[in-house]
Design a protein around this ligand. Structure first.
Ligand code: ATP
Length: 467
């Protein structure tokens, strides 16, 4: 069941609290673009770090990569993007709203195959026109379906401006991994099976960007490509599916909101394909694709480039094109899933409150330090000392400062950011009650409970919670 209200609340909180802003807002915006604000970039970086840790540091034989975005135009011919990377578009004749026909058909339970020609998709659309309403004006009067290529062109190096051979922005980040596969083999000498992990930007001329960060025209993909011996794909594929599901749980996503779904239609080269879906405010939808791609990608690039992309087994001398098992997660889709999953409302202390129940591991701010009263210099000075002590004890950890408004307001503000701990310095910290000297109040976000601890104990608590 779609929860439009929840979506609006998330978008509003994201802007109000510095997570996500609409792109180029002061100029009236640019469809399908967003900016991550001060808290957003922290959350995003924490998510990337958690993903990198799981997919590079915690794995045997996985290597990181950061390929450039611009690529020789032949890349996108070999990958099939210049000819086949298109979405079917129709336009409402009443209000000119564009719809993505495959998605609209999917919503009424009709599957359109990616391989369908323009003729075929028009025939299918004609059969179901009456059931599809314009999302804006409700009319059922659409134009013919056209297939629209999603690649975004640039004029890099094109000084003649004839645009005959555009350099494209990446339609998917993973092509960088295929292009550097040989370099990684030659420089790192990995033994198969081995993997390459990368977080990279992708651009798509999406027909109808929507659902906030879910469908944007610029986004990031966190990809792994596992290179395996031909026909040795089944077991590692199952392992990948399980590992990826477990990873979402490890960052605190609720298991009920996740599911694995197998693709009904496979592209001709694929052996298998599954999506990890998240239960977004509008229902379950794709968060990550896990694809068993056979030798398609390397074979294509070998044919188009002429480079020998065979792998030679160092022990047996056997030569072959490895098969590829891919995982590809959209960072924006993850970010939105994390916000939706953590969003909570309750009535703590008899007052309505909104908070983000983020895992301390990914929360943008780990702790906020504040003096109970802002106009007492001795409290402010002590609070600054405490903050400095926590910063020194916890290098690399974001410890915020907030002395704005009363303490209740500060707690509510941090609750909305998802800060798991608030540390308050009061007169007892200064020694008003001798036995409490140099202790502080540690407040826990979700329960609102408070306890009295030494500064060292607070540092230990935070450290344990985020590790
Ligand atoms: P969809 O069917 O929703 O358009 P896709 O199947 O084309 O997605 P892939 O090409 O498999 O997506 O890309 C891998 C991942 O990249 C997706 O699972 C998704 O998380 C992310 N992604 C794809 N397109 C977008 C987009 N326009 N905005 C944000 N993330 C995206």
């Amino acid at each position: 069941m779609a929860d439009q209200n929840l979506m609006e609340k998330i978008v509003s909180l994201a802007k109000r609290r510095g997570f996500v802003y609409p792109g180029s807002e002061i100029y009236g915006g640019l469809a399908g673009t967003f900016d991550y604000g001060p808290h957003g970039v922290e959350l995003l970086n924490n998510l990337k770090r958690a993903w990198w840790d799981a997919n590079v540091y915690q794995k045997d034989n996985f290597y990181g990569l950061d390929a450039g975005m611009f690529k020789n135009p032949r890349t996108w011919e070999a990958s099939g993007h210049t000819s086949g990377f298109s979405d079917p578009l129709a336009e409402c004749k009443k209000c000119n709203t564009r719809i993505r026909v495959d998605k609209e058909l999917d919503a009424i339970g009709v599957t359109a195959d990616e391989k369908m020609s323009e003729e075929e998709i028009n025939k299918l659309f004609d059969e179901h026109r009456a059931e599809i309403a314009c999302p804006k004006c409700g009319a059922h009067d659409f134009s013919r379906v056209r297939k629209f290529n999603l690649l975004v062109k640039s004029n890099l190096g094109d000084f003649t401006s004839d645009g005959s051979e555009p350099v494209y922005l990446p339609g998917e980040a993973c092509q960088g991994i295929y292009l550097d596969y040989k370099n990684v083999v030659d420089s790192m000498h990995p033994k198969i099976p081995f993997g390459v992990a990368q977080i990279g930007k992708a651009f798509r001329n999406e027909i109808s960007p929507r659902n906030f960060l879910f469908r944007t025209r610029e986004f990031e993909q966190a990809d792994t490509q596992l290179f395996v011996k031909p026909n040795e794909n089944k077991e590692p594929y199952e392992t990948l599916k399980k590992e990826r599901m477990d990873w979402y749980l490890s960052i605190g996503i609720r298991p009920d909101n996740l599911r694995l779904k197998q693709h009904a239609n496979l592209v001709f080269y694929a052996k298998d394909a599954w999506d990890i879906e998240y239960n977004y405010p509008w229902g379950f939808d794709e968060l990550e694709g896990i694809h068993d791609r056979s030798d398609y990608d390397l074979t294509q690039h070998m044919q188009f480039s002429g480079a020998d992309l065979n792998y030679t087994d160092p022990e047996t001398g056997e030569k072959y094109i490895p098969w590829i098992l891919e995982t590809s997660m959209g960072m924006g889709r993850l970010f939105l899933a994390v916000l939706a999953d953590a969003y909570r409302e309750d009535g703590l202390g008899g007052e309505a409150r909104t908070y983000l129940s983020l895992s301390p591991k990914i929360a943008p701010v780990k702790a906020m330090v504040s003096p109970l009263l802002k106009n007492k210099p001795e409290l402010v000075e002590k609070a600054r000392e405490v903050r400095a002590a926590l910063r020194a004890a916890l290098p690399g950890v974001a410890i915020a400062w907030d002395d704005n408004g009363n303490i209740g307001k500060r707690y509510r503000r941090q609750d909305e950011i998802g800060t798991p701990f608030c540390v308050t310095i009061d007169f007892d910290t200064l020694g008003e009650k001798q036995e409490l000297k140099d202790t502080v109040t540690l407040r826990h976000r979700d329960s609102g409970e408070q306890e009295r601890l030494s500064i060292r104990e607070v540092a230990e608590r935070i450290s344990r919670a985020i590790s």
